[in-house]
Write a protein of this length. Structure first.
Lengths: 110, 110
């Protein structure tokens, strides 16, 4: 069963912040986040492992709430280059495969 | 850099034809995957493989089969293509902490 992402789409002005949520009904081992630009392959952003950690680099960070099986991706002071579709991929313990959400389309306008 | 390549970026086939989509990775990864991507549905797993000659069904295997004769190559086969298989097909290979995608093959079945 696919994880559920929200919102499905968001439009921001450059410099604004965004939060993308990913929720699963399964007990998760890890959550991956990817960004896909139009016409390109998805590109890995970060992985969060069970343990309720938070990670980040530059102005993109994420958290993983193991109790709720939810992850959130935070984009602060968004840049035009952040535009694209963001996917979360969830992995159950021992599954060795990722199941992806339906994606969140992020549009950053000048 | 890890490289995942797919045999074609664009492919047009007729209903009933047998279609082969080829994927090659150069990093000796054991795990390889085939997804299809459709608007609003995200990335859906068709088949995956843990090792040579091993295969597992994903969430939407109907109408597809796979072959993995060598570790670096994972092929997706449409035995008798149908119009509802028109889609973007993405291959990926995976380490425990990151998944790498190929550029995708946009298949149109007429």
């Amino acid at each position: 069963q696919q994880p559920v992402q929200s919102p499905q789409a968001v439009i921001l002005r450059e410099g604004e912040d965004a939060v993308i949520n990913c929720s699963s009904s399964k007990a998760l081992y890890s959550v991956h986040w990817y960004r896909q630009k139009h016409g390109e392959a998805p590109v890995f952003l970060m992985i969060l492992l069970k343990g309720g950690e938070q990670k980040g680099h530059d102005k993109i960070s994420a958290s993983f709430n193991e109790k709720k099986q939810q992850s959130s991706l935070y984009l602060t002071a968004s840049q035009l280059s952040y535009s694209g579709t963001y996917f979360c991929g969830t992995e159950e313990l021992g599954a060795q495969k990722l199941v992806f959400g339906q994606g969140t389309r992020l549009t950053i306008n000048p | 850099d890890v490289k995942v390549t797919q045999s074609s970026r664009y492919l047009v086939k007729r209903t009933g034809e047998k279609v082969f989509l080829e994927c090659v990775q150069d990093m000796d990864h054991e795990n390889m995957f085939w997804y299809r991507q459709d608007p609003g549905l995200g990335l859906r797993l068709i088949y995956f493989s843990y090792d040579v000659k091993m295969k597992e069904k994903g969430d939407i295997p109907e109408g597809y089969s796979v072959s993995r004769e060598k570790k670096e190559r994972f092929s997706l086969i449409l035995e008798s293509a149908s119009t509802n298989q028109t889609s973007m097909y993405l291959c990926a290979s995976k380490t425990p902490n990151e998944q790498f995608f190929g550029p995708g093959t946009r298949l149109t079945v007429l």
